[in-house]
Write a protein that binds this ligand. Structure first.
Ligand code: URA
Length: 216
């Protein structure tokens, strides 16, 4: 199932417009904060899919009945670009355990690249609700490897992929590969360049959040 949150007119679309805008992008703090706010909205939307049970809390004046989720949540992301989106998810799903994947594109002289994974750290995911976030979903190659790497840690109760901007190609690819995984997107763009950048997209999400780096 693909959840295209941009189909409703909400403040989410304002945050997406700002992370795309070249003028606003010069403010790195605002870029990271907008990415976090997008993560917070995803967390709220995904919380509608959790299981809840009755609970009681004591207030200074009495006892209030409420519904609380008992699901164990595991948040995972791909370093480094995923960190602000992950932080946003974590600020609403604040009891979550966390996993991290270090992956990068190894570029070749002919313009092609492959995905290199260097490091995965992940808690037990058996029966947990697992959310994997990455700000940009281009070809889907790194997300495919990330999902496969995480699934080596157990059998989750639910799995969700969270992406700020996805290409239509990447979305269709992942949906076909992982039909049981819910995919949540804040924007969908049609075009991918030969170097697998999303157009209009926003540029390089990692550089915009943290500054440029030397290329491999
Ligand atoms: N990663 C990015 O940061 N931007 C893209 O357009 C695609 C992948």
């Amino acid at each position: 199932m693909i959840y295209r949150l941009f189909e409703n007119n909400t403040v989410l679309n304002q945050f997406v417009a700002e992370i795309r805008d070249v003028k606003i992008q010069t403010d790195r703090l605002r870029f990271r904060r907008n990415m976090e706010r997008i993560g917070e909205i995803f967390a709220y939307e995904i919380s509608k899919k959790l299981s809840y049970e009755k609970a009681k809390v004591e207030t200074p004046l009495g006892v209030a009945k409420c519904q609380l989720s008992k699901d164990r949540i595991v948040l995972t992301t791909i370093l480094r670009a995923g960190l602000p989106l992950h932080n946003g998810l974590l600020s609403y799903l604040d009891h979550a355990d966390n996993g991290f994947i270090s992956a990068y594109r190894k570029h070749h002289k002919d313009g092609t690249f492959d995905i290199r994974m260097q490091y995965v750290t992940c808690p037990d995911i058996d029966d947990a609700v697992v959310i994997i976030s990455d700000p940009m979903l281009a070809t889907g190659a790194s997300m495919k490897q990330a999902v496969e790497a995480i699934l080596e840690y157990g059998k989750p109760k639910q799995m969700h992929i969270v992406v700020a901007i996805a290409s239509s190609t990447g979305l269709a690819y992942l949906n076909r590969l992982f039909p049981d995984v819910s995919i949540w997107v804040a924007a969908e763009d049609e075009e991918l360049t030969a170097k697998a950048y999303i157009v209009p997209g926003l540029g390089d999400a990692g550089d915009l959040a943290f500054g440029s780096k030397l290329q491999d």
